[in-house]
Design a protein around this ligand. Structure first.
Ligand SMILES: Nc1ncnc2c1ncn2[C@@H]1O[C@H](COP(=O)(O)OP(=O)(O)O)[C@@H](O)[C@H]1O
Ligand SMILES: [Mg+2]
Length: 240
């Protein structure tokens, strides 16, 4: 029997992205492999969100290519993205998930059980009838993660999911991300919070001005960074 096709490793091969002659991504070479989360860090505007959009396949690179398990042009059925400000339907939490499950091709008679399972996975089991847009920021983030999981992705991109959350909501979200990662889903996550990168990261990718400046396992990145930029970033200096 043929092995099922996989999106991993996901490779960015000399990917550049230009918009109106401005370089947003500059010859990025990066491989996302199965395993512990990859944390994208770097100043605002360094290209973290753009990199995830290109890797997801939402935006074609201006040059270079993205390969999924060695193939190009692979539709995004095995990968999902949670944007920084997820937009929910003006309906209940469960209705949002039923919609996502339908879009993912889950048969109608399985959607109700799958919805409850997804809500439980993100700690929202008791809030299934709550209007999604009336949920707190943290709850909406977790609902957005549940919605992404409806696709049963093997790779999940998260764009600063805790950016506007208080410490308790941040912890709840990080715990869910850790659990998802332990279930074998590859997490690629942008954060501007170095503490968070250290807590969740298996590996750290530092970006600056559209370039990948350093890639290292978390321990190495924080204890013995190889580049001057990484040293300064870890020390809390501004990269300009
Ligand atoms: N569609 C676009 N058109 C023009 N510039 C863009 C576009 N998207 C992003 N940029 C620019 O690209 C740079 C990188 O943005 P972004 O990927 O959002 O960085 P980050 O997520 O690290 O803050 C920024 O300077 C931003 O203004
Ligand atoms: Mg961003």
């Amino acid at each position: 029997m043929r092995a099922p096709a996989t999106d991993l490793p996901l490779m960015l091969e000399d990917v550049s992205l230009l918009a109106r002659a401005v370089t947003i991504l500059d010859r990025v070479r990066l491989t996302f492999s199965a395993g512990a989360p990859t944390m994208l860090v770097g100043p605002n505007g360094s290209g973290k969100s753009s990199l995830m959009r290109v890797a997801m396949g939402l935006v074609p690179p201006t040059s270079g290519r993205v390969t999924y398990g060695g193939r190009t042009g692979v539709p995004p059925t095995r990968r999902a993205i949670v944007f920084q400000r997820p937009v929910m339907l003006r309906r209940s939490a469960s209705a949002n998930l039923v919609y996502a499950l339908a879009a993912a091709g889950v048969p109608r008679n399985e959607r109700s059980a799958a919805t409850q399972e997804l809500l439980d996975r993100v700690g929202l089991g008791g809030l299934s009838e709550r209007p999604a847009r009336r949920m707190s920021g943290g709850e909406q983030q977790r609902l957005a993660i549940a919605r992404a999981l409806a696709k049963q992705p093997e790779i999940l991109f998260l764009d600063e999911p805790t950016a506007s959350l208080d410490p308790a909501a941040t912890k709840a979200t990080e715990d869910i991300i850790r659990t998802i990662a332990a279930q074998g889903i590859k997490i690629v996550m942008a954060t501007h919070d170095l503490g968070e990168a250290r807590r969740l990261g298996g590996e750290i990718v530092l970006m600056n001005k559209g370039r990948v400046v350093e890639v290292a396992d978390t321990q190495t990145f924080f204890t013995t960074p190889a580049t001057d930029a990484a040293r300064r970033f870890v020390a809390g200096e501004l990269l300009v």
